[in-house]
Design a protein around this ligand. Sequence first.
Ligand code: DQA
Length: 167
Amino acid sequence: MAQKPSRKSPTRPSRARHRTLAVYVLNGPNLNLLGVREPEVYGRMTLAEIGQAVTARARTHGLEVIFRQSNHEGELIDWLQEARTQSCGVILNAGALTHTSVAIYDAVRALDRPLIEVHLSNPYAREPFRHHSYVSPVASGVICGLRDTGYLLAVDALADLLKDQTA
Ligand code: DQA
């Protein structure tokens, strides 16, 4: 017997429509100091320079970027909640909150969008307290240790995931 075509709920946008929304790139505490803070660990690029490179890379995939940084956990959570409806996906470097914040874990769990976790350094090659991430269990993927290149790879990976959604 022929199957009935499935009917989408008129109140819920289809996954395909998410792709027209921006990618949110969210950065946590102390990442505003990039370029001057421990350049041997995090590299010499400033966050503004990373933002420009990420925006340019996203354009090659036809994606717009909203790039933000905050030193405040609550502000990051507000942005993750905003991203539930205003983004097609998120790239998140939560800085030290990665290792401490159950609230960030809960916000990412509630996201309902693909999220790539990024770190400039490789936390697993550093102090033991950096070996646990509250983001990784709820992330679509994790990129670390590749400095600013990791952000660009995250854009490519997110674009791929979004293509899979629309296929
Ligand atoms: C970081 C790694 C974290 O352990 C650290 O607290 C940071 C930056 C990174 O990008 O390598 O602030 O997220």
